[in-house]
Design a binder for this molecule. Structure first.
Ligand code: NAP
Length: 332
């Protein structure tokens, strides 16, 4: 379940700010806090308050909090930045264009925002498996969020979780307390997840690891009844009867609205950043999961930190522009 931002108090159809922050997750909040403390005018535009933080329930690795729920942390982030007068608008940016030395962004609802700098902190979109049956059974046994949907499978005979990262481990552990049996399907025999999470999975007697294996089809009638899997080492195929299949296979970039800006990305579509989270386009900064930085280590704390660094970079850029404006004599 994603927390939607409140109905926008969007009386103004136009805004002009020093820095526009696109996204509303930890990177965006880190950027907003530091931008505000640098005394820049800031606007945050994002669809979902908390971003990918909504895909987790309890957090035990954010410094200063031994354990905190995702929704409480999101609430604290919001309260903190709003205490500096930062405005958060629920909307989706549909286009960003160059406008002189700055930028002009348009939102889905038609709001126009001029800014000197832009910080892109849009996170990632969910990856899909692309196998037969996946699309057909979304919401009827196929889920992309164990945390959101685990409780729906209380007392189910069996469910499957696909993936070998942190989300798959957390998902399998959570599901093991609802379903009678959990199959954890992973395409390799090594896990990329944090060892502590893997250990927890291995300690659950009702989780069965199905390794070196891929799902080739999701089967069902009115809802999911099973998955066809293939062992990549032996070539053996079989059907595992399950009531639910949780695809926890990660995320990928989603950048259609900025393609016209010529932003440089890596081979997988992540925005290339350097220095103080600068992109190749002067005045545009990026932070968090949508960047190519620390791709193998995505955490709330690293996203928030990248946001703060991007704000520092944006501040330098905005100050440079202001200085330039002062030096340029105004036309008669
Ligand atoms: P992830 O780390 O990208 O892992 C995705 C997993 O899915 C990988 O094991 C990958 O296999 C597998 N996969 C990808 N595409 C696949 C396909 N087409 N078919 C089969 N398997 C496929 O994603 P995540 O687990 O959602 O985590 C995302 C980020 O959030 C990570 O940086 C993670 O550390 C972070 N996170 C942290 C926590 C926490 O700290 N408690 C909790 C959740 C998430 P390979 O391993 O073979 O590539």
């Amino acid at each position: 379940m994603s927390l939607r931002l409140g109905t926008p108090r969007q009386k103004e159809e136009k805004a002009e700010v020093d820095v526009l922050i696109i996204g509303a997750g930890p990177a965006a909040f880190g950027a907003a806090l530091y931008s505000a403390r640098y005394k820049m005018s800031v606007l945050v535009v994002g669809e979902f308050l908390g971003g990918q933080l909504n895909n987790t329930s309890e957090i035990e690795n954010y410094l200063g909090f031994e354990r905190i729920s995702a929704s409480e942390l999101i609430g604290r982030f919001r309260k903190h930045v709003e205490s500096y007068g930062v405005k958060i608008i629920q909307d989706r940016i549909s286009e960003v264009k160059r406008d002189g030395e700055g930028f002009l962004a348009t939102t889905k609802r038609g709001m126009k925002i001029r800014s000197k700098a832009v910080i892109i902190a849009i996170g990632l979109k969910r990856r899909t498996l692309g196998v037969p049956g996946e699309k057909e059974f979304v919401g009827r046994g196929v889920s992309y969020c164990s945390i959101c949907d685990a409780a729906l499978f209380k007392d189910a005979d069996a469910v499957a979780v696909v993936g070998g990262g942190d989300s798959a481990m957390e998902g399998a552990t959570l599901l093991s307390s609802y379903a009678k049996k959990v199959f954890l399907i992973h395409r390799r025999s090594e896990f990329r997840a944090q060892p502590i999470l893997v250990e927890e999975v291995k300690s659950k007697p009702n989780i069965e690891l199905v390794l070196d294996t891929v799902v080739t089809e999701i089967l069902g009638d009115k809802s999911v009844t099973g998955i066809r899997v293939k062992n990549l080492k032996t070539g053996e195929e079989r059907v595992i009867p399950v009531k639910g299949v949780f695809l926890e296979i990660g995320f990928e970039p989603d950048l259609p609205f900025i393609q016209n800006l010529g932003l440089e990305t890596d081979d997988y579509g992540f925005i290339k950043v350097h220095g103080y989270m600068e992109t190749n386009v002067k005045g545009i900064f990026a932070a968090g999961d949508c960047t190519d930085l620390w791709k193998a280590f995505r955490q709330i704390i690293t996203a928030a930190a990248q946001g703060s660094v991007a704000a520092h970079g944006a501040y330098g850029y905005v100050e440079e522009l202001k200085l330039k404006d002062k030096k340029t004599p105004s036309s008669p």
